[in-house]
Design a protein around this ligand. Sequence first.
Ligand code: ADP
Ligand code: MG
Length: 275
Amino acid sequence: MAAGTIPTPVAEPFVEMRDIAKTFGTVKALAGLNLSIRPGELVTVVGPSGCGKSTLFNILAGLEEPDPGHTLHFRGKPSTASALLGQVAFMPQRDLLFPWRNVIDNAILPLEVQGKSRDEARKLALQMLPEFGLAGFEKQYPHELSGGMRQRVALMRTFMFERELMLLDEPFGALDALTRAMMQRWLLDVWAKHKRTVLFITHDVDEAIFLGDRILVMTSRPGHIKLEEKVDLPRPRHPDVLTSTAFIELKKKLLASIEEESMKAFAAGSAIKTH
Ligand code: ADP
Ligand code: MG
């Protein structure tokens, strides 16, 4: 560092994990995974199908305990994964809305679980609807909504569970390209306003770059982080960045890294998996 420069203060990691492994019977899903997420960051995780992205997500959400022999710190203190349950807001890969509940009653689920009265929760949710592009749709049922709207209800539900860390597992994976691009821009606006820390899992490299402050590339199974790239693109992100030289250079690097992993997985005969 040059003499006289003031070092940028680095916030203490919100979550820090070392040597994470997870075995399911004979399948080693994760091994030797290190991860740290700092407050306010939007970290994207990208990797080949079946590399353990959702497994990592489930550990961070407190739904799965990793194999023994790891360390995990939450807000600077030693923690277990299961203790993260309730501390973290998460939207699983297959986030199904309850078909028998309308938009507003799907959105308020986490508040009801926390013991808030339905009326009070509904009032709060009604105020949030416009921001999620759902104004006027509160009485609609999931089957009456487009795919993009259903995802926004699920995201609103995740935002309503007010936790500093939000985990999103391929939230836009099932959407068509145009809807997906709109949702990405919208999510960045909402994120900028609410200032949450986000871990966003995707298998789409463009999405990982467009959204992220930092991108983590996972190896094929057993998954760990093989590459970490900072995204030096200005915010707010404009769709024009998608064709910028910096974006394309970074994309090439990430694709090469992922392709190498996919080839390894393919050679091992384990690449075929749909999510
Ligand atoms: P990704 O989300 O990257 O596609 P997953 O984390 O879903 O990958 O899966 C990683 C590997 O672990 C896969 O081989 C999957 O079949 C296996 N796996 C994940 N969850 C379980 C589970 N609950 N029981 C058994 N195997 C599992
Ligand atoms: Mg997955």
